[in-house]
Write a protein of this length. Structure first.
Length: 128
């Protein structure tokens, strides 16, 4: 069965509602369809019923981490690209995520241009 991974549909996962709202507004204004989840558990539920070409997830979240979510995605939605967000100075976690299959990472705080660049790279990579 062919899976439809829309290039303009992005799932954002972060336990900070402020970050979710800011990213959703910016990416919606850029023409993306944005779905948000404030936990990895909610994200996994969404992913069980929907396909996303790109998932952007915070690494450090309570209960189930973004790294755990990344591993779940790699096992269940391998065509998806995952970009992880880490706090400034937490490069060890970002490196671990890259080793586990993350496409790229963003270090918080990041600006809209950095976000846009990473998204464009992920979408271009998925097309190849």
């Amino acid at each position: 069965m062919e899976v439809n991974y829309s290039e303009n549909k992005i799932l954002i996962v972060d336990d900070s509602k402020v970050i979710l709202r800011m990213m959703e507004k910016y990416l919606s204004d850029q023409g993306y369809t944005v779905v948000t989840a404030d936990s990895a558990v909610k994200a996994a539920r969404i992913l069980q019923k929907n396909d996303f070409l790109l998932i952007i997830t915070d690494i450090s979240m309570p209960n189930v981490s973004g790294l755990d979510l990344l591993l779940w995605i790699k096992n269940n939605k391998p065509e998806s690209r995952v970009v992880v967000m880490t706090a400034f100075g937490d490069s060890d976690t970002a490196i671990e995520a890259m080793k586990e299959g993350a496409f790229d990472y963003l270090t918080k705080p990041f600006d809209n241009e950095q976000l846009k660049e990473v998204i464009e790279k992920a979408i271009t990579s998925a097309r190849l």
